[in-house]
Write a protein that binds this ligand. Structure first.
Ligand code: URA
Ligand code: ZN
Length: 418
């Protein structure tokens, strides 16, 4: 028999999503994105999530309906554990997939009239979802943790006591498996440079709860043109290029508004290796140095300069996942963190998105899920091994060691072997 490799790494997946039952109920009750809808001639209901899918939703083509089939990978905990086992993932940090509870706030994809849902209902939805995640984690001790969802909506600011209570509860014995919160770029409807978010950032910093920042909105459909609107390019442009720009812009806005100066102990983990940010941070710094308006503001003592460069923020407050699918991208993500860059990166899969595709005539997506390892996962694993060396200490850090340290994923008593 072959000896197990001496330095077989512990693999931790910090970017892995699910839609628990109460969220599926929410999706089912909706008439615009995000929603669940069945289309004639297609056996499984489809999840329609992205703003780029709105044009197709109003004029669905019978052969290519919008969205993706809702497979059990999105909803079943057994499927999640089976996926983990198949890919030798010891620990997963689960999070609700996009767009979370964003549809309760004014957001770019809201085409219908503003919601009249009461804050109490939205708060209750968040508590329910977080409780569902906590219970999943308790079913598989030592294998599952989660990033909680927050009930953000325009009235949050007037209702801060409530939010404070909900966020504070995440660090109590009610949610022992919570390791941070997942956040989109929409905030309360005005983005993450909205000063109304300061109390939340303050609280997260105080409670040492990291933010896992994840994109959803991409770029306006106009950027991708009429052919994309007709669905000719599938989801490729929105996901591959829209998502990473959205993340970069969101962090750029936080930076320029001084969030990192005001909350220097706030920790933020960026999805998809920071999106476009690692290669563009230098450009942000250069544009800032050359900006006449901000120069004048500074001269007049009205701000305009950050205490630290964006690079310094990336090296101190920002962590990145390793969901970048290439060695070039991974090198950029590591480089963004400076000398300690390797210590700031954490492996992820983005499961259940990007499943292997089947050969059959059915829904395509998700059909090949039963067979070998997922190609989208293997590519990320190979990029880590390719850049850092298979079996190396550094690869082990990115694959799991960093997440265990940064997110404090310690052994629980009576836990499962993985
Ligand atoms: N598509 C999504 O909508 N969300 C993800 O996280 C990945 C792909
Ligand atoms: Zn994701």
């Amino acid at each position: 028999p072959t000896q197990p490799k001496a330095n077989k790494p512990i693999i931790v997946d910090i970017h892995t999503h699910m839609y628990p039952p109460s969220y599926i109920d929410l999706l089912q009750s909706r008439t615009t994105i995000p929603l669940l809808r069945s289309f004639p001639g297609h056996p499984s209901p489809r999840l329609v999530l992205l703003p780029s899918e709105l044009p197709l939703l109003s004029h669905p083509s019978p052969s290519h309906p919008p969205g993706r089939p809702l497979t059990e990978s999105y909803t079943s905990l057994d499927a999640k554990i089976a996926f983990m086992d198949k890919h030798s993932i010891s620990i997963s940090v689960l999070s609700l997939a996009n767009p979370w509870l964003d549809f309760f706030s004014t957001s770019p994809d809201t085409t219908t009239t503003t919601t009249t849902t009461s804050p109490d209902t939205i708060n209750a939805a968040a508590i329910k979802i977080n409780t569902e995640f906590e219970l999943m984690c308790q079913t598989h001790p030592n294998r599952l943790y989660f990033f909680a969802v927050l009930p953000l909506h325009p009235t949050t600011t007037t209702n801060l006591t409530n939010l404070t209570e909900i966020v504070s509860s995440l660090t109590t014995s009610t949610f022992p498996h919570c390791r941070g919160i997942i956040l989109g770029t929409n905030g309360l409807g005005l983005g993450l440079d909205d000063p109304a978010l300061d109390p939340l950032f303050h609280l997260l910093q105080d409670l040492a709860l990291p933010i896992f920042l994840h994109p959803h909105y991409g770029l306006p459909n106009q950027v991708f043109g009429p052919r994309a609107e007709r669905g000719e390019y599938g989801h490729v442009l929105a996901l591959a290029l829209g998502f990473p720009m959205e993340t970069a812009v969101a962090v750029g806005r936080m930076y320029l508004s001084g969030v990192f100066d005001r909350f220097p102990r706030l920790k933020i983990i960026l999805a998809h290796g920071g999106g476009a940010l690692p290669v563009l941070a230098g450009r942000v710094e250069s544009c800032l140095r050359c900006d006449g308006f901000l120069y004048k503001m500074e001269k007049e003592g009205k701000g305009g300069r950050m205490e630290r460069s964006m690079g310094e923020v990336l090296r101190s407050q920002v962590f990145l996942d390793a969901v970048v699918y290439s060695e070039v991208g991974l090198r950029a993500a590591i480089g963004a963190g400076g000398e300690g860059g390797v210590g700031r990166l954490m492996f992820g899969t983005d499961h259940p998105f990007f499943p292997p595709l089947g050969e059959g005539e059915g829904e395509g997506e998700g059909e090949g899920e039963g067979e070998g390892q997922w190609g989208s996962v293997v590519v990320n694993r190979e990029a880590v091994d390719g850049v850092l060396g298979e079996g190396s200490e550094e690869a082990g850090m990115v694959l799991g060691g960093n997440a265990i340290r940064i997110l404090n994923l310690r052994e629980e008593e009576g836990g499962e072997e993985s």
